[in-house]
Design a protein around this ligand. Structure first.
Ligand code: GLC
Length: 616
């Protein structure tokens, strides 16, 4: 039973009942419609009675500041208040590691790093901090946590998973939900979590994705808007869009044992929204899967909240028949559709389906009741706008300190030969690697833009900056490509995966590039002890080059607070992180199969003590 059980307070229940009785079919279908913000013209919210609007990855206002975000969202919320029944609008974003679309917001480690902390209290505090920064911009819904359990790390969304085992994922997902909720769902700073992507999104088989036609490389509207065309040509040969949104060919016992438990835990913690996966299960798209959405999620697990589709996920059910796709998704149990481009096309398709008797009024009423119940639970009818004073929390020192704490606890020390770490606080240090001074590389995908980027994409501290702060500028020598003269007692080399998101990050092979390996070779010749720090969204195959490294740290995608890495390298804090993913030995071991060989397995990670007194 949910810890925050529905039904609602009596007055809220009466409100929902009254509204349902007053609403026209058009208004009911409007509540089930979620376009993206660039597809909404002034007046559409009131005219169509839209229930929600979203920003997709990188769906930012210009300028991209917390204030302009708040202005954009508040204007849409005010329009909704002016509609016939004044049903409040709820705005949704992907705040998956902080309010990550917003320049200046605190960016926390991606979930793969939080999984290494095994610390629900820390994740709960991250949820609370994220909720404050999200609510500051008028937003009350985030499409997080992903409770994906990536079983094949060739998947470009591996880093969105806390880990590969439900016993690691469930407590952290519940903690994030509790942090986003705060004291109660109707707390004006609570933010609605979206537990995603239902179900077994991390269980798909490599080579089964149909999102992109690898022959024609035609890009759909989403990829065209995101200007993925050129990079697609370059990356498809490396495996882009081979596994994301593919087919989970697992049996029901595995689906129930591995992929379902985090949803049960989330529902018991009071989750009010679930997002459906693009993937299929034995060839049937989840967006049209009545058994899993209605019979299992809503029936067996007792989910009383509402189910939202993924971005144009409905369209994929029958690619050549949008009307049939809409009808099948709603009848399967989808309650709100992330359209995202053409709200009126969706509204007309569903209205036609109802008028033809292919979608029952009872199904529509059930969907709208679930949506209104969640809005009432959040207190949106009483407080449709958030407190602007919250803007002071965005990127605050307290939140950045929390992010640094998370970075420290997320680091996993996998090799430490000759007592290389922690670094001595005296003597000279060489730092090498472009990624040592690259906030974008630290943050990865879903940061400011959908795919993420390089350089100072948002305020933060690089690992190099952190080391200079810890050891003093004059003792830290930097060479991005490790060129230069002189041999140092220790060199810290930082290498990173190129930022990516979703299927753009699918890869056939996971390894360091020749350019990175050559840089590491140069670094090896310029130091007595070589420390390699890897910034990545998943384990990479390092078996061979590892031999030449004295120490090796998995830092995952730590976010804006790179000083957290420096504090642990320099012994101000100990290494505590534990792997939440198996670490494959070779390219043949990337999928988690019984005969896969691993360098390290879930739970492994070395400790170091604190290296004595440290200067402030
Ligand atoms: C994306 C993702 C989903 C995200 C949604 C809105 O395609 O699959 O995780 O929440 O669209 O950006």
């Amino acid at each position: 039973m949910s810890l925050f059980p529905l039904p609602l307070r009596p007055e809220d229940q009466r409100l929902v009942d009254r509204l349902l009785a007053q609403m026209t079919l058009q208004e009911k279908i409007g509540q089930m419609t979620q376009p993206e913000k660039n597809s909404v013209r002034p007046g559409d919210v009131a005219r169509l009675g839209l229930g929600s609007v979203l920003s997709g990855g990188g769906g930012n206002p210009d300028p991209n500041t917390p204030q302009s975000w708040r202005e954009m969202v508040s204007a849409l919320c005010e329009e909704a208040q002016g509609s016939r029944l004044g049903i409040p609008l709820i705005y949704g974003v992907d705040a998956v590691h902080g309010h990550n679309n917003v320049v200046g917001a605190t960016i926390f480690p991606h979930n793969i790093g939080l999984g290494a902390t095994r610390n629900p209290d820390l994740v709960r505090r991250i949820g609370r901090a994220t909720a404050l920064e999200v609510a500051a911009t008028g937003v009350r819904w985030t499409f997080a946590p992903a409770v994906s359990l990536p079983q094949d790390i060739r998947w470009g969304r591996s880093y969105e998973g806390y880990g590969q085992d439900p016993e690691v994922v469930s407590p952290l997902a519940v903690a994030l939900i509790e942090g986003l909720r705060g004291e109660a769902w109707n707390d004006p700073t609570s933010v609605l979590p979206s537990v995603k992507h239902f179900v077994a999104d991390g269980g798909t088989a490599y080579g089964t994705s149909q999102r992109v036609d690898h022959a024609t490389l035609e890009v759909d509207r989403t990829l065209a808007i995101a200007q993925m065309g050129e990079s697609l040509v370059e990356l498809v040969d490396q495996g882009a869009w081979q596994i994301d949104q593919g087919d989970s060919l697992i049996d029901e016992a595995t689906l129930r044992a591995v992929h379902l438990p985090p949803y049960q835990a989330a529902i018991e913690a009071g989750a009010l929204n679930v997002m459906v996966s693009y993937s299929a299960w034995h060839g049937i798209k989840l967006h049209g899967h009545r058994f899993l959405i209605t019979d299992v999620l809503k029936g067996e697990l007792g989910f009383e909240g509402f189910v939202v589709s993924d971005w144009a996920g409905v369209d994929q059910i029958h690619p050549d028949d949008y009307g049939r796709s809409v009808i099948d998704s709603i009848n399967a149990g989808v309650d709100m559709v992330m359209v995202p481009f053409d709200a009126e096309r969706f509204i007309a398709a569903l209205r036609d389906g109802v008028e033809r008797g292919e979608v029952s009024v009872q199904r529509i009423d059930d969907a709208v009741r679930r949506i209104l119940t969640a809005k009432a639970a959040l207190g949106l009818f009483e407080q449709p706008q958030t407190d602007p004073a919250l803007l002071n929390t965005v990127g605050s020192e307290a939140h950045r300190d929390l992010a640094r704490e998370a970075v420290r606890e997320s680091l996993v020390l996998l090799k430490n030969g000759n007592g290389t770490l922690p670094l001595s606080r005296t003597g000279e240090l060489l730092v090498v690697g472009e990624a040592a001074d690259d906030i974008g590389a630290q943050c990865g995908g879903w940061t400011i833009t959908w795919m993420g980027g390089h350089g100072a994409t948002t305020p933060g501290t690089s690992i190099l900056g952190g080391l200079q702060a810890e050891l003093g500028q004059d003792r830290v020598h930097y060479s991005a490509d490790a060129s230069g003269e002189g041999v140092f007692p220790v060199a810290v080399a930082v290498v990173a995966e190129e930022p990516y998101a979703e299927g753009m990050g699918d890869r056939a092979e996971l390894c360091l590039s020749p350019k990175q390996l050559q840089m590491l070779e140069r670094a090896r010749k310029r130091c007595d002890h070589l420390v390699v720090v890897l910034l990545s969204g998943r384990p990479l195959i390092v078996t061979e080059p590892l031999v030449g490294w004295d120490a090796f740290v998995a830092a995952w995608l730590p976010g804006t607070e790179g000083r957290g890495v420096a504090e642990v390298l320099c012994g101000r804090h100990p290494f505590k992180g534990r792997l939440s993913f198996d670490w494959p030995r070779s390219q043949g071991d990337l999928a988690r199969t019984p005969n896969a060989q691993h360098l390290w397995t879930v739970g492994e990670g070395l400790n170091t003590g604190v290296s004595g007194a440290v200067s402030v």
